[in-house]
Design a protein around this ligand. Structure first.
Ligand SMILES: Cc1ncc(COP(=O)(O)O)c(C=O)c1O
Length: 373
């Protein structure tokens, strides 16, 4: 494991027994001397390490790929990189941040099912190979990555897709610019064009696609499936299309919704994933990768959510549907799980609203209910 140095991480080592509250108090004193009342964060990186240790102890078969979108501050991503976690990146700047820390691209998944072409090209240029999808347009976009605008002639534009030339009216493509945005292009061009796109050549061959499925997320504080994830009934057609296009679909991912409160959601989703693995096998894909997404609590809430209970359900479901002998690589994308208890925000309370109400003797007094708040 990489050695931690305060210089690398910009952290301060504290005496044993010093609490976050002590650090906050000291910082407030310093700020007061500078006549500043700015808000600030205190990050307890020891807590990030403890959360990591808890994870490894409770769900040892699942490698965490931290969801960078949750908190991309340097101390946390550097700490997790040093602990050898993987990373879930959803944008170009997240991919840049994580690779600039020296993280190997094999430890990164580009986990956004709708990717701008420029991000896709950036990911492949960095050597990031694992990425998610949940729709056909995304598959076509990936194949078209290596298509070229050959020339523009008068009102026509010639586009090469897999050795075939297609001519389009410049007028139609005007809004797309010289190198058209593939999303817009697909909207403008006849669908028949894309049915001709076939497996060919280029970077898309190196991409390991992960099919994100839509699962039950009704027991979570924030749902995801309305926006992301292929409905199970559309998966056969999607997988067949991916195969037609010569794309490599290596596995399945899902997200049970953020701050999931029912561990059984994972059991059901893992079973759904297993069904897709079996379906894929009938189509000719031997899947080897399973991504359990996020949803883990940032902290336990008594009688509502307990990470350890979740871990028990996950382990049971994995042993049933994806036993060690299946040799499937299993990852997850915890976000809030890592930073929630590590970060404390200290803010300056500027003022407090107190309502005034008329008492029975006609005097105006502060409302007690407001004062209690
Ligand atoms: C694709 C994906 N993975 C992981 C996460 C992290 O989720 P959580 O913070 O619930 O673990 C999110 C959150 O939005 C997400 O969209």
């Amino acid at each position: 494991m990489t050695t931690f140095t305060p210089e690398d991480f910009g952290f301060t080592l504290l005496e044993d027994g010093t609490s976050v509250q002590d650090v906050i108090d000291q910082k407030i004193d310093t700020l007061r001397a500078e006549e500043s009342k700015e808000a600030f964060f205190v990050a307890d990186l020891g807590e990030v390490v403890r959360r990591y240790q808890l994870w490894v102890r409770e769900i040892p078969r699942v490698t965490p790929f931290y969801a960078v979108k949750c908190n991309d501050s340097l101390p946390i991503v550097k700490t997790l990189a040093a602990l050898q976690t993987g990373f879930d990146c959803a944008s170009k700047c997240e991919m840049h941040l994580i690779t600039s820390l020296g993280v190997d691209p094999s430890r990164i998944i580009f986990s956004h099912t709708i990717k701008p072409p420029t991000y896709l090209k950036y990911a492949t240029s960095l050597g990031i190979q694992k990425m998610t999808f949940d729709n056909e347009a995304e598959l076509v976009k990936i194949v078209c990555l290596n298509s070229h605008v050959l020339r523009q002639k008068k009102k026509k534009i010639v586009i090469l897709i897999k050795y075939k030339k297609y001519r389009y009216c410049k007028e139609d493509l005007r809004t797309c610019g010289f190198f058209p945005d593939w999303g817009m292009l697909q909207g403008l061009l006849p669908p028949s064009l894309f049915s001709h796109v076939r497996a060919g050549w280029g970077k898309h061959k190196e991409i390991g696609l992960v099919l994100r499925i839509s699962v039950d997320d009704t027991h979570s504080m924030f749902s995801m499936s309305a926006k992301f994830g292929a409905k199970l009934e559309t998966c056969p057609a999607l997988l067949k299309r991916a195969q037609e296009l010569g794309l490599d679909v290596i596995g399945v991912s899902f997200h049970v919704g953020s701050y999931c409160m029912d561990p059984v959601s994972y059991t059901k989703a893992i079973k759904n994933a297993k069904d897709i693995f079996d379906l894929a096998a009938t189509i000719g894909y031997k899947m080897t990768f399973l991504d359990l997404g996020g949803g883990y609590p940032g902290f336990d809430i008594p009688n509502v959510v307990h990470f350890k209970q979740m871990a028990v359900e996950i382990n049971l479901a994995l042993d049933k549907y994806f036993p060690v002998s299946s040799e499937v690589q299993i990852i997850s994308e915890p976000g809030r799980y890592f930073p929630s208890t590590a970060y404390t925000l200290a803010v300056n309370v500027v003022s407090k609203r107190v309502d005034i109400k008329k008492s029975s003797d006609g005097k105006f007094v502060p409302s007690l209910s407001r004062l209690r708040n």
